[in-house]
Design a protein around this ligand. Structure first.
Ligand code: SF4
Length: 309
């Protein structure tokens, strides 16, 4: 072999090695062969995509059974819970803190004006459509609230009775009429106070709402109180006291004294329906209302109709 041919072959081998290295860099797994090299295409304007054509149906040979692959089953995702800290970590840093229950009255200032009225209307709409507990099945109307959404004083009863269910307004039956007399005796008008119940639908035969019914319904009341934020609440009877104060103590021990619901002073007193059955207890209620009036700075009317400090 001549020197010139050897040089040519050596140069060719070097060029080939360079080309092979370049191909590997591009990810090629084997050397290109004839026809596999990309062909430069002329640049043309992109033509609109052709209309989709419907492929002819594929018919399997008569003898071959058609096997349809079963769709892959989707397993529900596995929830990965954070592992509990190992004992040595707990020993060093203590047990993880238990989250305190969320406060039921927001920290910020209450909504004012139309914003508050609108927010209450939203809740009322939700209540109207609610069938979340069994009381929703037999009701004629939901019973949301009556009175002043900007009231300083709120009265909370147990649940709607027959008249309330009929009219969709709380405390409009005989017990409600007695409540209005008490409110007027305090020197207020029914439009000065906000009146509401623990549950919004009438329990059958006026029975006491079951614990699960109260649990389901009271988030509405919580939201109402968060919006109205009265300066004081009068809890009318055992059911309202039980919910607001989470207490099983007797009414005779609780009534007439101040307690607190989420920072709002609560004074328990007899339910007006109880007063209708037990008129002698009216004196207790009047004594309780005088405690409320003193707290709110409302002058106590004397027997002659004038007010005393
Ligand atoms: Fe809904 Fe309350 Fe009526 Fe039950 S009582 S259906 S929770 S609005």
């Amino acid at each position: 072999m001549s020197d010139a041919l050897r040089d040519d072959l050596s140069e060719l081998a070097r060029l080939f090695a360079t080309h092979a290295a370049w191909q590997r860099e591009l990810g090629a797994l084997e050397l290109p062969h004839e026809g596999a090299l990309p062909v430069a295409r002329p640049v043309v304007e992109a033509a609109p995509p052709p209309a989709p054509s419907i492929p002819p149906p594929v018919t399997a040979p008569a003898s071959a059974p058609v096997v349809v692959a079963a769709p892959a089953r989707l397993e529900p995702p596995t929830l990965v819970r954070p592992a509990a800290p190992p004992p040595v970590v707990r020993a060093l840093f203590g047990e993880p803190a238990v989250a305190a229950p969320a406060p039921r009255i927001s920290a910020g200032p209450p909504l004012q004006g139309e914003a508050r009225v609108g927010a209450l209307a939203v809740i009322q709409d939700e209540v109207r459509g609610c069938t979340s507990c069994r009381l929703g099945a037999a009701r004629r109307n939901t019973v949301f609230a009556r009175g002043n959404p900007f009231a300083r004083l709120c009265f909370i009863g147990e649940g709607p009775g027959e008249q309330e269910d009929k009219q969709g307004v709380p405390f409009v039956g005989p017990a409600g009429q007695l409540l209005d007399k008490i409110i007027v005796a305090m020197g207020l008008s029914p439009e000065d106070v906000y009146v509401v119940n623990v549950v919004k639908c009438r329990p059958p035969n006026n029975r006491v709402p079951e614990p699960d019914e109260m649990r389901t319904c009271t988030p509405f009341l919580v939201r109402q109180l968060d919006l109205v934020r009265p300066e004081a609440i009068v809890a009318l009877g055992r059911t309202a006291v039980g919910f607001l104060l989470d207490s099983k103590d007797s009414m005779s021990r609780m009534r007439g004294k101040w307690h607190t619901y989420e920072g709002i002073p609560v004074l328990p007193t007899w339910h007006p329906a109880y007063l209708l059955r037990t008129p002698e207890a009216k004196a207790d209620t009047w004594a309780d209302m005088k405690v409320v009036m003193a707290r709110l700075g409302i002058p106590v009317p004397t027997r002659g109709g004038s007010a005393s400090g």
